[in-house]
Design a protein around this ligand. Structure first.
Ligand code: HEC
Ligand code: HEC
Ligand code: HEC
Length: 101
């Protein structure tokens, strides 16, 4: 618990530090048992124009602190499903290949 609080306190600093080097956290590979999905900061921040705070510290922190979710949880609004719900962005109930290359 202490570590989580410490991370939450440090994150804004981390964000400011890295923001100048590349767009946000760059391309982030999220691995699961049978594959991986690459998340692009470039397209979400540069392309779509989302602010960092839309995703940090909730629902995401860093790869090291990644909390694995299932697609079922995503369909209920967790993780990518926060926006990929058919309203803010294409839904996780289909479009598998958009994320799973
Ligand atoms: C649409 C959502 C979204 C937005 C907007 C976003 N990020 Fe991220 N960011 C993520 C995800 C997803 C991860 C990976 C964390 C995980 O796997 O749980 C991440 C990880 C990071 C990391 C850690 C990289 C690593 O490899 O662990 C940094 C640093 C970061 N983001 C900075 C930023 C900054 C700075 C901005 C704004 C310019 C930003 N992010 C905007 C979703 C987002
Ligand atoms: C918006 C992007 C996105 C879309 C669309 C998407 N997924 Fe995923 N999927 C992910 C991410 C990211 C993970 C890894 C989640 C984690 O480990 O935190 C994942 C994990 C999974 C997993 C492993 C976890 C589990 O639920 O068993 C399966 C299987 C999967 N996806 C299948 C699918 C299928 C089938 C579709 C289409 C109906 C789909 N995904 C659509 C992003 C997406
Ligand atoms: C804060 C809202 C938000 C979150 C969270 C979010 N996205 Fe997106 N994403 C968008 C929007 C908005 C678009 C552009 C509209 C569209 O394509 O429907 C987009 C577009 C995309 C695209 C198409 C553009 C590209 O990069 O090729 C992919 C793939 C994608 N998101 C994957 C993901 C994955 C994987 C996650 C979770 C790790 C995620 N997104 C989390 C809002 C979000």
């Amino acid at each position: 618990m202490k570590r989580i609080i410490a991370l939450a306190a440090c994150f804004p600093l981390l964000v400011v530090g890295i923001a100048f080097a590349k767009v946000g956290g760059g391309d982030v590979t999220i691995k699961y048992k049978k594959g991986e999905v690459v998340f692009s900061h470039d397209s979400h921040v540069g392309g779509v124009g989302l602010e960092c705070t839309k995703c940090h510290d909730k629902p995401f922190t860093t790869s090291a602190q990644h909390k694995a979710v299932t697609m079922k949880q995503m369909q209920q609004g967790k993780s990518c499903g926060l926006c990929h719900n058919g309203k803010a962005a294409f839904t996780v109930k289909g479009n598998c290949k958009n994320c799973h290359k």
